[in-house]
Design a protein around this ligand. Structure first.
Ligand code: ARG
Length: 577
């Protein structure tokens, strides 16, 4: 059920009958104030201007004359310069709620399926994930879930940084350590090795030489180097998987398609770009000059795709990767969750890929950029000593803070239960606080706000959900026994019902532009509307059985929608808190 689409179709028909040329958009939106109705048509002003022979209000009048909304709208009015406000009919709302409740997907239509590749998370090998990876990982995952729920085929692509000259140093260092270190190496140890290896590399000529030899050997498939490298990749992937699991992120090992995966394609790409006249030799390197970008001197910017020493770059890999996603994975659309500082990199890759004809214009490659997490001081979020914060530590802190909270609230609960609850509440709060911000901007990280039971937070929504469950418990009815006619008489019921029926519009928006904050605002709004409804409309103590049953059904759809919405965000609901 997509009311916006339904109304849009109806209005477009009326517009044609009113003599408006096809191709003019009605611009129908959800109203943001109840006095303006439930939906608002904003297109009349633009259309009148375009046709320049009629006042917008007159035009609106004509459209309304042809508008066929019997049974759907109870009132249609013209407001201001020529807005059309539509008020949905309560009987119609009641029928739709009843129908949505009978549908396993809550009435959300399955779309025509596309193959969509989503590039997200993408941490680097031999380094622990840090706060900088949180946004890509969870915003990407929420979008994946929304796309899948709508019926798309989604290919998750974890483009890990598993290739490059640093692995030569690491292999050389690991080799040196093998005799001293027999216990299994953790990622933290590996990261420490990396630091020491880098130090040695800069200090010790012999070590540096060995490291360089290992890079060459690794690239030519030498078995020993390959094994050592695989070991490092393995340690990293295994440990990151624990973070994904804790975060309730759907990525698994089989989604890893790291930089190394495209390595064999790179010589061919460079040769092809040369043959196409796009790449040239410049000071020994292979460079693509792009007039679309200007360097400091105001000339076409040169993008290196192969270094003088033969090494390839991050850009070269991304060019190959885009080609692969189109040719081999048959992507209809590719979404990249990469931080906004890499925007220029992404634009350059995109420009080269299009010029080379590797991916046709009909297949969008979209950079879903996101801003940074900032500390209270407005600077990038760091530890007290100024180091980057490890994601694992952030999750632990979320758990600990939630534990203090739930312990206070539930003094009689067993330790095991408290721990379990704290994990769900803590991680959800952390994720939600990020997901609820528009991804395009930076935001200030604030523990107290995210764990608050008031405002647009996970605890608020989880708590609202537990209240709904407790209504069913008190009513004493099994969920399957809640039936009978559904009627909407009160304003609070109508507002809640309308919002419930907008679920599909919200999922569609999240899937289109990859902005989970839209879902957060929606769920928060639902929880608030539920709260007003609950305050004004007695449920268990309703005046008669029919009203009680009718209202219980509204609560049921609200609970189901909240749960499904949270699930799309990758968040869990709880039964009590
Ligand atoms: N590994 C990179 C980083 O940590 C992100 C990779 C993003 N994906 C891509 N196709 N470039 O910055």
């Amino acid at each position: 059920m997509n009311i916006q689409v339904l109304l849009s179709e109806k209005i477009s028909q009326a517009m044609i009958l009113a003599g408006i040329p096809t191709g003019c958009a009605p611009q129908i939106r959800q109203s943001n104030k109840f006095q303006f109705g439930d939906y608002q048509v904003n297109g009349m002003m633009t259309i009148a201007k375009k046709l320049s022979q009629q006042a917008p209000r007159q035009l609106a009048e004509q459209v309304i004359q042809h508008l066929e909304l019997d049974g759907i709208a109870s009132k249609i009015e013209i407001a201001g310069p020529g807005f059309i406000n539509i008020f949905l009919d309560r009987n119609w709302l009641a029928t739709q709620v009843k129908w949505a409740l009978s549908q396993p997907r809550l009435g959300v239509t399955v779309v025509e399926s596309q193959t969509i590749v989503v590039d997200y998370s993408a941490p680097n090998v031999a380094k622990e994930m840090h706060v900088g990876h949180l946004r890509s990982t969870i915003i990407g995952d929420a979008t994946v879930r929304a796309l899948e729920f709508l019926g798309h085929k989604v290919i998750r692509a974890n483009h890990i940084g598993d290739w490059g000259t640093q692995f030569g140093m690491l292999i050389a260092y690991l080799e040196k350590q093998q005799d001293e270190y027999h216990e299994t190496i953790t990622l933290a140890v590996l990261e420490n090795f990396y630091r020491k290896a880098k130090y040695l590399y800069d200090q010790n000529i012999e070590f540096a030489e060995r490291a360089r030899t290992y890079v060459v050997k690794l690239q030519s498939g030498d078995e020993y180097c390959r094994t050592m490298w695989e070991k490092m990749v393995d340690i990293t992937i295994n440990q990151n998987q624990q973070i994904y699991d804790r975060l309730n992120v759907t990525l698994t090992r089989k989604d890893v398609m790291g930089e190394s995966f495209y390595n064999d394609m790179l010589p061919g790409i460079v040769a092809d770009l040369r043959a196409k006249g796009l790449a040239v030799t410049n000071e020994g390197a292979t460079v693509v000059f792009l007039e679309e970008f200007q360097n400091k001197e105001g000339r076409s910017m040169g993008v290196i795709i192969q270094k003088k020493n033969g090494g390839y770059l991050y850009t070269t890999t991304d060019i190959a990767c885009a080609k692969y996603r189109y040719e081999k994975l048959h992507a209809n659309r590719v979404l990249y969750y990469i931080d906004s500082r890499q925007h220029q990199h992404f634009q350059q890759v995109l420009t080269i890929v299009r010029k080379a004809g590797y991916v046709p214009e009909s297949v969008p490659l979209e950079h879903h950029a996101f801003g940074m997490m900032l500390g209270k001081d407005g600077h990038p979020f760091k530890t007290r000593s100024g180091d980057t914060i490890k994601l694992a530590d952030l999750l632990d802190e979320a758990h600990d803070r939630a534990l203090t909270l739930v312990r206070e609230k539930n003094p009689k609960m067993s330790e095991a239960e408290l721990q379990q609850l704290a994990e769900v509440i803590g991680i959800s709060a952390l994720k939600y606080s990020d997901l609820s911000k528009n991804r395009t901007t930076d935001y200030i990280f604030d523990w107290n706000k995210m764990l608050s039971f008031e405002g647009n937070t996970a605890p608020y929504i989880q708590y609202a959900y537990t209240r709904m469950l407790s209504i069913f418990r008190k009513a004493g009815d099994g969920i399957d026994d809640i039936n009978g006619p559904l009627t909407i008489t009160e304003e609070n019921e109508a507002q809640l019902a309308t919002r419930l029926l907008q679920f599909e519009e919200i999922i569609t928006q999240v899937a289109c532009v990859g902005t989970p904050h839209v879902m957060c605002s929606y769920l928060y709004d639902l929880a608030c509307l539920f709260s007003s409804f609950y305050e004004h409309c007695p449920i268990i103590r309703a005046e008669d059985v029919a009203t009680r049953q009718s209202r219980l059904q509204l609560v049921l759809l609200t609970a189901k929608t909240l749960k499904q919405g949270m699930d799309i965000l990758g968040l869990k609901t709880i039964e009590y808190m």
